[in-house]
Design a protein around this ligand. Structure first.
Ligand SMILES: *[C@@H]1O[C@H](CO)[C@@H](O)[C@H](O)[C@H]1NC(C)=O
Ligand SMILES: *[C@@H]1O[C@H](CO)[C@@H](O)[C@H](O)[C@H]1NC(C)=O
Ligand SMILES: *[C@@H]1O[C@H](CO)[C@@H](O)[C@H](O)[C@H]1NC(C)=O
Ligand SMILES: *[C@@H]1O[C@H](CO)[C@@H](O)[C@H](O)[C@H]1NC(C)=O
Length: 305
């Protein structure tokens, strides 16, 4: 009975050693960025964004390109973009050990791909935190970047009339998340991406999508208060027009998607895992200090938080 102290001291030492040796493995998990429409991983803005976050967090950051960048971001249907993203994430997994999980950052349309990756990818590594900047999560009611110029109005009208046709659905990426509140029937029947992503059709609802989305550790939704690209900008926080109306915007909590918990947003929020952030700025114009405040903490090693 004189020796019990020795083994426990030894095992203490062994523990310390084991901890010291495993320290590199406790490095921040990698993160993946999906860029927005008209953009590319090689663009200055996206490169800098990814590099800054990677430098600050000492986490590996990968911007994953789908197709050729800008052109494909406009013309490739989002179901296809998401399928490619799933396949590439699996590649990244084997390349750099994403197998312990990773964090996802979506920029605008890239947030649609990210949400798709979380819900649709079979056999993919676990996504821990999802940070979405200006993501059109609840849909948009106008073509992105189409201002008030006459060409834009014509284009907008032309597309709106036909937006749920097979041709537009197959050739214009944003048509996958254009939700005209006064045309919900055509939207649910013809739109190929968002109704599936948000589990909107009760007869097609997939519990696996909800289960996967609800298993996030944190969902950080960032809206830009002066965003003139997304109509309505509240879509970035899952807010949207009620069916049939254009003159009211419901906050997330008052939407049917939330109340009936189609994708687990309510489950996540009630567990304190959703951060609704309203930043001053235009579409995707985030300051360095806001990046540090609202994104960085979710990329850093959990044990250092
Ligand atoms: C990130 O760190 C590397 C290495 O220190 C440096 O060369 C690079 O300029 C940094 N990137 C940014 C955007 O500050
Ligand atoms: C929902 O999906 C079912 C089965 O595919 C389809 O028959 C129905 O039209 C859809 N509902 C709406 C409102 O589009
Ligand atoms: C739901 O999605 C999962 C994952 O993609 C799939 O395996 C399953 O077959 C789907 N279930 C239904 C009922 O469609
Ligand atoms: C965002 O913040 C501004 C004030 O800074 C406020 O007027 C606006 O209602 C907020 N929007 C949402 C959706 O919270």
């Amino acid at each position: 009975m004189a020796s019990p102290r020795l083994p426990s001291a030894t095992s203490f030492l062994v523990c310390v050693l084991a901890l010291a040796l495993s320290a590199p493995a406790a490095r921040s998990v990698p993160f993946v960025v999906f860029h927005g429409i008209s953009d590319a991983c090689s663009s200055k803005g996206v490169t800098r964004f990814t590099e800054l976050l990677s430098n600050w967090s000492s986490a590996e950051g990968h911007c994953i390109e789908i197709g050729d960048g800008a052109w494909d971001s406009w013309t490739m249907p989002l179901t296809e973009q998401t399928a490619i993203a799933c396949a590439k994430n699996l590649q990244v997994k084997s390349m750099s050990e994403l197998s312990n999980g990773y964090n996802l950052i979506g920029l605008s349309q890239g947030s649609m791909i990210a949400q798709g990756v979380i819900e649709f990818c079979d056999g993919a590594p676990q996504v821990k935190n999802f940070i979405s900047l200006a993501g059109p999560h609840a849909g948009i009611a106008s073509i992105p970047f189409c201002g008030s110029g006459i060409l834009c109005i014509l284009l907008d009208d032309m597309i709106k009339g036909e937006v749920y046709s097979t041709y537009i659905q197959e050739h214009l990426a944003p048509s996958g998340y254009i939700k005209i509140p006064t045309d919900i029937k055509a939207y649910l029947e013809g739109c190929k991406f968002l109704p599936k992503l948000n589990n909107e059709n009760s007869s097609k609802r997939n519990a696996t999508y909800k289960e996967r989305f609800a298993s996030l550790q944190n969902l950080v939704l960032i809206m830009f208060e002066q965003d003139n690209v997304l109509v309505p900008r509240e879509t970035s926080l899952f807010g949207y027009y009620p069916d049939g109306l254009f003159n009211v915007i419901l906050p997330a909590e008052e939407t049917t998607l939330y109340k009936e918990d189609w994708i687990g947003l309510k489950t996540l929020n009630e567990a304190g895992k959703v951060k609704f952030i309203n930043l001053s700025g235009h579409h995707l114009q985030i300051s360095i200090s806001d990046m540090k405040k609202y994104i960085l903490p979710y990329l850093e090693d959990e044990s250092s938080r």
